[in-house]
Design a protein around this ligand. Sequence first.
Ligand code: 3PG
Length: 320
Amino acid sequence: MSKGRVLITERIHPVLRAKLENYGFDCTHIIETSQNEVLSLIAEYDGLVVRSGIKGNKSLMDAGERLKFIARAGSGMDLIDLVYAKEKGIVCLNSPEGNKDAVAEQAIGMLLSLLHHIARSDRQLRDGKWSRLENRGTELGGKTVGIIGYGNTGSAFAMRLLSFGVRILAYDKYRSDFGNYLIEEVDLEHLKQEADVISFHIPLNEETRHIIDAPFLKGLQQQPLLLNTSRGGIMNTVDVLWALNEGYLSGAGLDVFENERWDTLSESELGVIKGLQAHGRVVMTPHTAGVTFESFEKVGAILADKIIAWHSESEAETES
Ligand code: 3PG
């Protein structure tokens, strides 16, 4: 007997469907879809699997009369209305364990690129400019790195940093006891005072939107490098550019942006992006940190296992 119907949307590794079907779900996978199409189909399904192209909003949940779960292949849950889902008894799952290593590696790559001017000197060489002095590097060893958000990706980043001989400070509003004596648990003020590098690994929600703004940036004491591989919405990009130009930040590695549809950037948004591009110590990538061949499979497999574990637990509860 079928365990229920699951609508899988977007580009998700086939391992997820294979695992769900093997367990007993009846799955439909539509890669190219739209919010409206999902809205028109959802009444027929017990579960929905998404990435970041479909919003798990109120209207979708209201249309999903028999919807029991929304599962996000990946980390960020910012496009799912978690409060409304809870009200409606719809379970929400995600699989940040699947792309934490990818994000952590790219954060290290961006940091080293900034410190050793790798991307900048590569651009200069392409333009025929050979400049060793201007591209003299700064070593990561001996520096203090502050991690804000010590969850899956924050801790994966910390583990990779350990081999560089850095001091690691970590602040997490919702977690203490990081389980590793090499990671110093500190409050935010302490981190702002001491860190030479600050890396954000927090979700986007109403509490964290624009958390990186002018007052925050003004409070930084070491002119740190800023790394943002989490969500563009946690930073006020105008303020980040201002802080770079005023010297509150000495550089930035940005993988995420407030508006990631670059074909729709307004005049003013474009001005800010151009300002960042013109800055010698800024490295930018198009939200690729979590996207690797390995993470593609891992986020799907881990999510399927979580859906199956949740379903078998709830079945066992109903039977007992
Ligand atoms: C995530 O939240 O898992 C990453 O940002 C990747 O998201 P994506 O599904 O849009 O690739």
